[in-house]
Design a protein around this ligand. Sequence first.
Ligand code: SAM
Length: 284
Amino acid sequence: MPSKSARKKDKNKKPKKKKSKYSAKSADKYELYQLAVQSPEEDIEFLADLYRRLRHKKARHFREDFSGTCLLTSHWISRGPRYTAEAFDIDPEPLQWGARHNLQPLGPAAERATLHNKDARETSDKAPDIRCAQNFSYWVFKTRNEMLDYFRRSREDLAPGGIFVVDLHGGPECFEAMEEETELEEGFSYVWDQDEYWPITSEAKFHIHFRFPDGSEWRHAFSYDWRLWGLTELREILEDAGFARVDCYWEGTDEDGESGNGVFTREDKGENCLSYVAYLVAQK
Ligand SMILES: C[S@@+](CC[C@H](N)C(=O)[O-])C[C@H]1O[C@@H](n2cnc3c(N)ncnc32)[C@H](O)[C@@H]1O
């Protein structure tokens, strides 16, 4: 998927290759996904910092929607004994994987996380200071009414002063049928496959494939059936859901003038680029 580093990628720069331990036969798709797609340290730092700057205090309770392997949750509770979290996912498989590989290694601290095998529209045990939906997963909601309902529930469920943060991607490249392969220094390639896009419904099908140095491939390791939402329409739906304020955080540009630099700041207009990743930050 167009990760936060999508615009950062310099396609001419080949990663230094380690001898690879990965092949389609032996690989674990959740491990590969986390390595290829997620940047938990950066994401958690961004979210914690954002809340601190907006509210002049530290967020303590965090909620990760569409959590998959609850990687962000595990990083959140690792911040210290006062940090607690809840993770929501309808699929028990990634939750169980995450409990074993991301939480158990934390020892007793793992008790500060609660994993819910539930729909992301369900209420939290405790109202979160920060609630997030990452990697565009909330695009499973394909109608405006469904999205509005999810956003309304998210607002109501937040603690006073809480923030709800969703990421999104856009730009003309996201409508093109194409496969983008990224070679990772861990010793495998990650392929983002934009398979179908239907302009009348805005529905799109995407897949993730993994390729390995021994020539093997794991096709369709993950598949997504989403609606491609536009930034402006999502912002308006968040406003209609009753959030007091909604801002866009846009990625800055690297020294090469073309790639993103991984630094997201509040902006009003953005920049007309082929592909971008941005955040919408909604304040209760
Ligand atoms: C792309 S993965 C996201 C993994 C991780 N959060 C990330 O940011 O990369 C999407 C996850 O959303 C879950 N999911 C799909 N529909 C859901 C729903 N209505 N409620 C909760 N989880 C859902 C899937 O089971 C899947 O684990």
